[in-house]
Design a protein around this ligand. Structure first.
Ligand code: ATP
Ligand code: MG
Length: 455
C-alpha cells in the first residue's frame, strides 16, 4: 500500500464492518479500498446506500479469508462478503477489455494496480478510493469536480460513451441526484453519441430514467431533451416540449409544464411517472380555434400512450395500472358534474377513481395547478380544496364509497336467490348507487330489502 500517495488530511467515517473487511484483506497481504459511490457520497455528507470494496486479492483469495461469502458476480470479479447480516461487494481490481457492442466489455482482466481499476470507472467523482491508513486516492481530480459540482468522464468522454452508452444517461441522472452540471466536453460527447443509447436494454434505461425522475432535480430531464437523449429513450417527451399551449390557463409548453408538475409531487415511483405522463396525450389531441389551443380528450389518449411507454420500459404491471389510471382521471373535476360542489359528487368521484388512489389523484391535481399560469392556478382551485376537504371527511368518517365497503356482498345476494353470474354485479352496482346517493342506507337489512326488489 506504500506506493499510493493518498491524501491523509481527508478523513471519511467508514462503517465498522467495512473497516473489518479492509483490515482482514490487508492482514492477509492484499490491498483494499472503499471505492466509487460510497466515497463520493461520504465526502458530500450524504449517507451511502452501500459500500463497495475494491481489492488486489483475487476472488478465490477473498473467499479464503472470510467465513461467509456468496458468489454474486464472479464473472466480473465480485464476491459478496457477509458480516453482521449485511452483504458487501468486494471486487478484484479490474481492467475492462474491448467494448465492441457499446454495452459491456468483451472480457475483463484482473490487475494488481488500483489506478488501472479506477480508470475504467465512469466519472471522476465515482473514481475515488479510500482507505483509513492510506487516505484518499484521487487520480482524476474527482475532489475538484465535487467542489465545482461537475460531472466529468474519466478520460476521453467520447471513448467512454462509445464503450458503454448507458453512461450517457448515468451522467444526467447523477447531475439530477446531486444537483450538479455536466461539464461542457462531456456534454458535447453526449450530444454526438446520444443516438447510440438505442443499443441499451429497456431495463437498464428504465433504472436510470427512474433514478432521474425520483431525484431532487427531475427538471434535469430538460438537459436530456436538449442533448438529444430523450429523443432516443422517450420521444414522447420531445413531442411534449415541442407542443405549445396557447390558452389562458398555461404559460409553459406541455414539456415545461410537465417538469413543474413533477417537482410538485412526492418523489415516489407512482407520482413521478404519473406526473411525467399526465399530459402525454396533449400533442396528439391539440386543436387550435381562433388562435386558442384545446386538448379535448387528451387524458384518455394519454392513458393509452402511457401504457405503451411503460410497457416499452418493462415496468411492473401494478405501476402501469395505477399510473395509467391516474393519467386517465387527472383532468376529472367532480364539482363540474350535474351534482355541482356537493358531498355526493365527491363520493361518486371517489367511487369512480378508487379510494386506493384518490390521494394520488388529489396530489396530481394540486401539482397540475402549480404548473399553470396565474389565471390557471386560481381557476378551479376552490373546487379542488372543496374536493380534498370532502374526501378527508369520507376517510375520517368511513363513508362507504366502494363495493367492498357495502354492508352486503355477492354471497348475501346468492343466499336470497340471486342467480350466480353477471346479475350479482349489476345488483351490487344498483345498490352502490343507492348508497352513494344516501350513505346512511348502508345497512344490511335495508339493502337486502332493496336487493329483493332488484332480483
Ligand atoms: P448509486 O448506487 O448511488 O446509484 P453508484 O456510484 O454507487 O451510485 P453504481 O451503479 O452502484 O453507482 O456503481 C458503483 C460504481 O461502479 C460507480 O461509482 C462507478 O465507479 C462504477 N460504475 C458503475 N457503472 C458503471 C459504468 N456503466 N461504467 C463505468 N463505471 C461504472
Ligand atoms: Mg451503488
Amino acid at each position: 500500500m506504500e506506493q499510493y500517495n493518498g491524501n491523509k488530511d481527508f478523513k471519511i467515517d467508514v462503517p465498522r464492518n467495512v473497516k473489518i473487511i479492509l483490515s482482514v484483506l490487508e492482514e492477509n497481504g492484499h490491498e483494499a479500498f472503499a471505492v466509487g459511490g460510497c466515497v463520493r457520497d461520504a465526502i458530500l455528507g450524504r449517507t451511502p446506500d452501500d459500500w463497495d470494496i475494491t481489492t488486489s486479492a483475487l476472488p478465490q483469495q477473498v473467499k479464503d479469508v472470510f467465513h461467509k461469502t456468496l458468489d454474486t458476480g464472479l464473472q466480473h470479479g465480485t464476491v459478496t462478503v457477509r458480516i453482521g447480516g449485511e452483504g458487501y461487494e468486494v471486487t478484484t481490481y479490474r481492467i475492462d477489455g474491448e467494448y465492441t457492442d457499446g454495452r459491456h466489455p468483451d472480457s475483463v482482466e484482473y490487475t494488481s494496480n488500483l489506478i488501472e481499476d479506477l480508470k475504467r470507472r465512469d466519472f471522476t467523482i465515482n473514481a475515488m478510493a479510500y482507505n483509513p491508513t492510506v487516505g484518499l486516492i484521487d487520480a482524476f481530480d474527482g475532489m475538484g469536480d465535487l467542489q465545482r459540482k461537475c460531472i466529468t468522464c474519466v478520460g476521453k468522454a467520447e471513448q467512454r460513451f462509445e464503450e458503454d452508452a448507458l453512461r450517457i444517461l448515468r451522467a444526467i441522472r447523477f447531475s439530477a441526484q446531486l444537483g450538479f452540471t455536466v461539464s461542457e466536453t462531456t456534454k458535447e460527447a453526449i450530444r454526438t453519441l446520444a443516438p447510440t443509447l438505442e443499443k441499451i436494454s429497456a431495463e437498464r434505461i428504465h433504472t436510470e430514467m427512474e433514478k432521474l425522475l425520483l431525484s431532487k432535480h427531475p427538471e434535469k430531464i430538460m438537459d436530456a431533451y436538449e442533448l438529444g437523449v430523450t429523443k432516443v429513450v422517450l420521444p414522447e417527451f420531445d413531442a411534449m416540449v415541442e407542443c405549445p399551449q396557447n390558452t389562458p390557463y398555461h404559460k409553459y409548453d406541455v414539456g415545461r409544464h410537465t417538469v413543474e408538475v413533477m417537482k410538485h409531487v412526492q418523489a415516489n415511483k407512482t407520482m413521478r411517472w404519473a406526473a411525467l405522463l399526465h399530459d402525454v396525450g396533449k400533442p396528439k389531441s391539440r386543436t387550435t380555434k381562433d388562435g386558442r389551443d384545446h386538448f379535448y380528450g387528451h387524458a384518455h389518449v394519454g392513458s393509452t400512450m402511457a401504457v405503451e411507454v411503460m410497457r416499452r420500459m418493462k415496468m411492473d404491471n401494478k405501476t402501469i395500472k395505477v399510473v395509467s389510471k391516474l393519467v386517465d382521471c387527472h383532468d376529472d373535476r367532480p364539482t363540474t358534474t350535474a351534482l355541482g360542489a356537493s358531498p355526493e359528487a365527491i363520493r361518486r368521484s371517489v367511487y369512480k377513481i378508487g379510494k386506493d388512489i384518490y390521494d394520488n389523484y388529489l396530489q396530481l391535481v394540486y401539482a397540475d395547478f402549480q404548473g399553470k399560469s396565474d389565471y390557471g392556478k386560481e381557476n378551479g382551485f376552490d373546487a379542488y380544496l372543496y374536493t380534498k376537504e370532502q374526501y378527508e371527511l369520507i376517510v375520517k368518517e368511513g363513508i362507504c364509497t366502494s363495493i367492498k365497503e357495502m354492508n352486503i356482498s355477492g354471497k348475501d345476494l346468492i343466499a336470497i336467490g340471486c342467480p350466480v353470474g353477471e346479475k350479482i354485479g349489476t345488483v351490487l352496482d344498483e345498490l352502490m348507487d343507492i348508497v352513494l346517493k344516501e350513505p346512511q342506507k348502508n345497512q344490511k337489512e335495508l339493502l337486502m330489502e332493496e336487493a329483493k326488489k332488484l332480483i
